[in-house]
Design a protein around this ligand. Structure first.
Ligand code: PLP
Length: 366
């Protein structure tokens, strides 16, 4: 049989089935049901936060976070140009304007030294994204936010379990937003969560998540909310995943170390960043294909694809998106360079050391 190595794939060999069966047997399959609250409690605690608000995706977690902080039309929100579209989309949903900051070469994350020049009277928040599982330089970002009275909302969709100076991502700003999409480090199939230490914000988010439905004033509304609830079935899967999260993270790091050691001497390949003050969780194992590599990045993707190895090119930067073509001025050279050179190799928790070696051999021999 031809080998097939997916770029990502969930590992569901814990209590997932048992808890899902419990939902079905008891009939609790909507967002009411014990698993949602338990998952919120335990996942937020895992991130070092007091409250969690489970939702139906990472994108809706970001939107709900911004909405709960009152961000609206006329406001500006600073985001990296090198990110997934959801970060920008969530800002656009609120009516606010995304303002871009270029990536920095050493971490691929938002360049903290380029944030201040983008702050105006209308700026309300900064949304740093921990790209591919490597935490941003959060001390600098939080300091800037304090100086200018801005909120910090972490887009931690790719960084479950990652640490910045010994503290978990998601708990480093005002709100942290996670995705539990099928290819993320911890998954519920579809889903997301916002975590925070601000209980007032968590309360607002819980109301807005459920069309502003408040038991204290049933069927009377003071706001138009959203229908962003997570189901008990999703939370059941999430809870089972959370029981094994340390293992899920460990496998990714272990595989990344194997990749690193086998690829470190290969000419024309730049390895993923890992600053000495972070724990990178390698949501994706990502490399840059430089000019002096044997083939181009796109040729490499083709060659690997023919061998049954799935890859993904890096994100396409926000300022180059057709939908935003008139929105952004300025130059974002690092984002463009990453987008041109970067490729994600398989990094699923189901990946064995032999699979990693097969991928590396295929890269080296191409
Ligand atoms: C996956 C991801 C999201 C969105 O998550 P969904 O659950 O797919 O909505 C947001 N931001 C980043 C950086 C992501 O990687």
């Amino acid at each position: 049989m031809k080998k097939f190595i997916p770029i990502a794939e969930p590992l569901l060999n814990g209590n997932e089935l048992k808890y899902v069966q419990d939902c079905i047997k008891t009939g609790w399959i909507s967002s009411r049901g014990k698993y949602v609250e338990e998952f919120e409690k335990k996942f937020s605690k895992y991130c070092g936060c007091r409250s969690g608000v489970a939702v139906n995706s990472g994108t809706t977690a970001l939107h709900l976070a911004l909405a709960s902080l009152g961000i609206k039309k006329g406001d500006e929100v600073i985001i990296p140009s090198f990110t997934m579209i959801s970060t920008a989309g969530a800002v656009v949903y609120t009516g606010a304007r995304p303002v871009l900051v270029d990536a920095e070469s050493k971490t691929w994350n938002i360049n903290p030294d380029k944030i201040e020049e983008k702050i105006t009277r209308n700026t309300k928040a900064i949304v740093p994204v921990h790209i591919y599982g490597h935490p941003c330089e959060m001390d600098k970002i939080v300091d800037i936010a304090k100086d200018h009275d801005l909120y910090v909302i972490e887009d931690a969709a790719e960084s479950h379990g990652a640490e910045y100076r010994g503290r978990k991502t998601g708990g480093l700003g005002d709100i942290g937003c996670f995705s539990f999409y099928g290819n993320k480090i911890l998954t519920t199939g579809e889903g997301g969560m916002l975590v925070t230490n601000n209980e007032e914000v968590a309360e607002t988010a819980k109301l807005l998540r459920d069309m502003d439905f408040d038991k204290r004033r049933p069927y009377k509304y003071i706001k138009i909310g959203f229908s962003y609830r997570m189901s008990n079935v999703q939370a059941a899967i999430g809870l089972a995943q959370l029981e094994r999260v340390d293992k899920l993270v460990k496998i990714r790091i272990k595989n990344a170390k194997i990749y690193n050691s086998l690829l470190s001497d290969v000419k024309g390949i730049t390895l993923p960043p890992e600053m000495d003050y972070v724990k990178n969780v390698y949501w994706m194992y990502s490399i840059l294909i430089e000019k002096d590599f044997k083939v181009t990045r796109d040729e490499l993707a083709k060659i690997l694809g023919a061998k049954g190895i799935m890859t993904r090119r890096f994100f396409f930067p926000m300022h180059k998106q057709p939908i935003f073509s008139r929105m952004f001025s300025g130059r974002y050279p690092v984002s463009e360079e990453l987008s041109k050179k970067g490729i994600n190799l398989p990094s699923a928790a189901t990946l064995k050391a032999d699979d990693v070696k097969y991928v590396v051999n295929s890269v080296v021999s191409c």
